[in-house]
Design a binder for this molecule. Structure first.
Ligand code: GDP
Length: 342
């Protein structure tokens, strides 16, 4: 936890009474954005859970936009999940994401939304991208097969934002964070990502006095992790960028309307497991189950464009892991939920 982000709110910033739709506000990312908006004094947030507004339903989304007339949209609603959910439920990952984003982005255009931030993940980039991954590597190679359905849906969303910007003059931006973690993460072991899964496994093993904890794969893949509160801060930072910087991002020739948001904090899965073992104070052994997939060997985002704009993440990985572990222990009774933030 170090520095101060240099961005100050200018006249281009969202007014405090702006009508802001946070799609997916109950998920890890959406809830972090809501916390950040609330802490900054934004009081006119439009929030609907999936029982009230199914974003996959075209006419429901159309009515919602026509009635509520949002001015800004954070599109954090998505079908998300870890390596097994992504590779075994591809139909859901493709359909749900395509429907949600198509409806929300299209209605944001028809209702004249001023700015929209579409959130995805760095798994949209080719499996064997040069590292660190620059935005312009999009669509330059074959995708990682364990998450290609999710990635193709998200790439379609990026293309939709770009196409609408080109054809209709909208100001929609896509931001691709790395692997996120934090409060309201999904701790369901069949659908979660590695970090919450390991927090849960080590905690439960310690409580049960188990001798071992199983880590999937070889432990050698490298992943870049970031606390979700840092992404929330980055999301507001982007939404409030002065017009000239925002326009430059949308018009960037190499990769229009697309920006990576990462921490640069890269660690192997084996080292991540050892760190969480330490934090959870588990004294047993690690076992690597190599029948489970490793996925892509490495995905480190090049976030230099964010840094050039004046943004850096704040939370170092060890501090963030301690915070996430504490949150899990305090909330574990009611945190066994499905892997989505619709
Ligand atoms: P990915 O970043 O899209 O590959 O998704 P994950 O976060 O699910 O997996 C990252 C890496 O962690 C993969 O190499 C997994 O095999 C590995 N991993 C180790 N243990 C676990 C676990 O308990 N759950 C998950 N989801 N992944 C694990």
């Amino acid at each position: 936890m170090s520095h101060t982000n240099t961005m100050t709110l200018t006249s281009h910033a969202m007014p405090r009474d702006a009508r802001i739709f946070v799609a997916g506000h109950r998920g890890m990312v959406g809830s972090a954005i809501v916390r950040k908006l609330a802490s900054e004094g934004y009081a006119n947030l439009l929030l609907r859970n999936s029982a009230k507004l199914d974003l996959r339903n075209q006419s429901n989304v159309e009515s919602f936009f026509a009635e509520e007339k949002p001015e800004y949209v954070f599109l954090a609603a998505a079908r998300v999940g870890g390596i097994i959910a992504n590779s075994t439920r591809k139909g859901e990952f493709l359909y749900d994401n395509l429907m949600i984003q198509t409806n929300v982005i299209h209605n944001a255009y028809t209702c004249g939304v001023k700015r929209l931030l579409f959130l995805g993940s760095t798994c949209i980039y080719p499996k064997l991208s040069p590292q660190p991954i620059k935005e312009e590597y999009l669509l330059t190679g074959t995708l990682e097969p364990t998450n290609d359905a999710y990635a193709i849906a998200k790439i379609a969303g990026i293309a939709q934002c770009r196409s609408y910007n080109d054809q209709y003059g909208t100001r929609f931006l896509s931001a691709m964070p790395n692997n996120l973690y934090g409060p309201n993460d999904n701790f369901d072991l069949t659908s979660s990502h590695v970090l919450p899964a390991l927090i849960r496994k080590f905690h439960e093993a310690k409580v049960a006095g188990a001798a071992t904890v199983t880590v999937w794969g070889t432990g050698s893949p490298l992943r870049e992790f970031m606390h979700v509160d840092d992404l929330a801060e980055a999301s507001l930072f982007l939404m409030n960028l002065p017009e000239d910087s925002y326009t430059a991002l949308l018009a960037c020739q190499a990769a229009p309307a697309l920006i990576n948001v990462g921490s640069g904090e890269e660690i192997s899965i084996a080292d991540l497991a050892r760190t969480i073992k330490d934090i959870a104070d588990f004294s047993g052994e690690l076992v690597f189950d190599t029948s489970k997939p490793d996925g892509t060997p490495r995905k480190l985002a090049d976030s230099s464009r964010m840094r050039e704009l004046g943004w850096r993440h704040r939370t170092d990985l060890r501090d963030g892991l301690r915070d996430a572990y504490r949150w899990y222990v305090e909330n574990s009774c009611n945190q066994i939920k499905l892997g989505n933030n619709l």
